[in-house]
Write a protein that binds this ligand. Structure first.
Ligand code: ZN
Length: 133
C-alpha cells in the first residue's frame, strides 16, 4: 500500500460540515461529488499530501445513514492508496480479510475502490483506492 489517501468522516449535514472544515483546515473544499452506488454525497479537502472526505447520506438506505444511526458522526473509514487494486484484493482475500465487494467499483474523486469488512480489521472499515488510469 502506498499511503493513507484519505480519512472518511460521516456527517449529518454536508453543507454545515463543509463550512466547519473550511474553517478548521483553513482551506476551501476542492470538490463535491455524489456517489450513486453508495447513496452518499461527498466533499473533499486537501491538507498537504492527505485528504479528508466528508460523507453525508442521501437516503436512509445509505451505509452512512446506518453508521450515524449506530455510532453517531465521526471517522467512518481509512482509505489506503494502492498501485493495483485487483492484485491487493487477491492478496488480502488470500490472507483471510473479508472484502465487501467482489470487484472494484467506482468511487468518488476518480478512484476505483473496494472495502474490507471491519470485523476482519479490528473494527476499522478500510477502503482501498486506485487512481483510474
Ligand atoms: Zn473514502
Amino acid at each position: 500500500m502506498l499511503k493513507i489517501e484519505h480519512l472518511g468522516i460521516a456527517v449529518k449535514n454536508l453543507n454545515e460540515s463543509i463550512s466547519l472544515f473550511e474553517q478548521l483546515l483553513s482551506t476551501p473544499c476542492y470538490k463535491t461529488e455524489s456517489v450513486a452506488s453508495e447513496n452518499v454525497s461527498t466533499a473533499f479537502f486537501k491538507t498537504g499530501d492527505s485528504k479528508i472526505e466528508l460523507l453525508e447520506a442521501t437516503d436512509e438506505n445509505s451505509p452512512i445513514a446506518k453508521f450515524i444511526a449506530k455510532k453517531g458522526e465521526g471517522i467512518h473509514h481509512i482509505a489506503f492508496e494502492v498501485e493495483n487494486i485487483e492484485a491487493e484484493m487477491r492478496r488480502l482475500s488470500a490472507l483471510g480479510f473479508e472484502i465487501l465487494n467482489a470487484t472494484p467499483k467506482d468511487g468518488a474523486d476518480n478512484k476505483l475502490v473496494c472495502f474490507l469488512h471491519p470485523k476482519t480489521t479490528n473494527g476499522v472499515l478500510i477502503e482501498l483506492c486506485q487512481e483510474k488510469r
